[in-house]
Design a protein around this ligand. Structure first.
Ligand code: SF4
Ligand code: SF4
Length: 232
C-alpha cells in the first residue's frame, strides 16, 4: 500500500505528529507549506505514486534531496515495490494444474540457465526430482503472476523452512519479483531461519536476499550447491 507519491513511508516518520502532518497523500501541500515538485507532478499525471509513471525514475525523483544529503535509492526501491505489488500477484498454488505449470516453468528455466554448465548426471538428477510425484506433493508451491501469466515460482519443503525450487522467467528477473516470492514464502515459514542449497548461479541472488553461506560448495549426484541460511 503506497503512502506517498515519491516513495517515502510517511507512517515511519517520527515527526508526523509533532508537525501535525497528515501524510503526503492526505494533504494538498506538503506540511512545510511549499510546493513539492514530485507530488505536484505525480498528482498532475493522475498517478498514485511515481512507481506507476512511464518515466520512472525521472531525474527529479532521482535527485530529490541529494543536495541535502539524502539518498534517493530507498524511495525509488519502495516505489518500484509498490508498483510490483499492484501489477504482480503472488499466491500459493493448490490446484494440480497450477503446480504442474510451475514445475514445467522450473524445468524450462533450469534447462536454459543451469543445465548448460551441468554434467549429464546432474541434469538427470534434477529432472528425476521434478518427475517424482511423491516429492512434488510434499512441496509448498508459490507462483508469481503478471497479467494472469505465470512468470516465476518458488517451492519450499521441510514445513516451509527450506527453499527447494526457485525459478523466474527471463523477463521477470531483476525486477524485485523474486523478492516478493521469497517474502511470501518467508511469511509462511514457522521457523526463524530459512535454508537453501543454492546452485552456483544463484549464490549472489541469495546473498542479496539476506542468506549467508553455512558451508563450502558441495557436490551430490552431479549437482553443485552451497548450503545457505538466512541470518537470524
Ligand atoms: S517529498 Fe513530496 S512526494 Fe515525497 S512525501 Fe514529501 S510531499 Fe510527498
Ligand atoms: S517519476 Fe518523475 S515524471 Fe514520473 S510522476 Fe514521478 S516526478 Fe513525475
Amino acid at each position: 500500500m503506497f503512502e506517498s507519491r515519491c516513495g517515502v513511508n510517511c507512517s515511519d516518520c517520527e515527526r508526523k505528529t509533532q508537525v501535525k502532518c497528515k501524510g503526503c497523500t492526505e494533504m494538498k501541500m506538503p506540511f512545510w507549506g511549499g510546493i513539492c515538485g514530485v507530488k505536484k507532478c505525480s498528482e498532475g499525471r493522475g498517478l498514485d505514486h511515481c512507481g506507476q509513471c512511464p518515466d520512472f525514475p525521472c531525474g527529479m525523483l532521482a535527485t530529490m534531496g541529494v543536495a541535502e544529503g539524502f539518498d534517493p535509492e530507498p524511495k525509488i526501491r519502495r516505489c518500484r515495490k509498490w508498483h510490483l505489488e499492484e501489477t504482480v500477484t503472488i499466491r500459493e498454488l493448490i490446484d494440480d494444474r497450477d503446480i504442474a505449470a510451475a514445475i514445467k516453468l522450473a524445468w524450462c528455466v533450469f534447462k536454459q540457465i543451469e543445465a548448460p554448465d551441468y554434467p549429464e548426471e546432474g541434469i538427470q538428477t534434477f529432472r528425476q526430482s521434478l518427475e517424482d510425484d511423491t516429492y512434488i506433493r510434499r512441496l509448498r508451491v508459490y507462483g508469481a503472476f503478471e497479467n494472469g501469466a505465470l512468470i516465476g515460482m518458488l517451492a519450499t519443503r521441510n514445513g516451509g523452512s527450506h527453499i527447494a525450487l526457485f525459478f523466474l522467467l527471463g523477463d521477470a528477473r531483476n525486477r524485485g519479483i523474486g523478492r516478493l516470492l521469497f517474502e511470501r514464502a518467508k511469511a509462511d515459514n514457522p521457523e526463524r531461519v530459512m535454508t537453501v542449497n543454492a546452485a552456483p548461479e544463484a549464490v549472489d541472488v541469495y546473498h542479496a536476499l539476506g542468506f549467508a553461506d553455512t558451508d563450502s560448495e558441495q557436490e551430490s549426484d552431479g549437482l553443485l550447491y552451497t548450503p545457505m541460511a538466512t541470518r537470524e
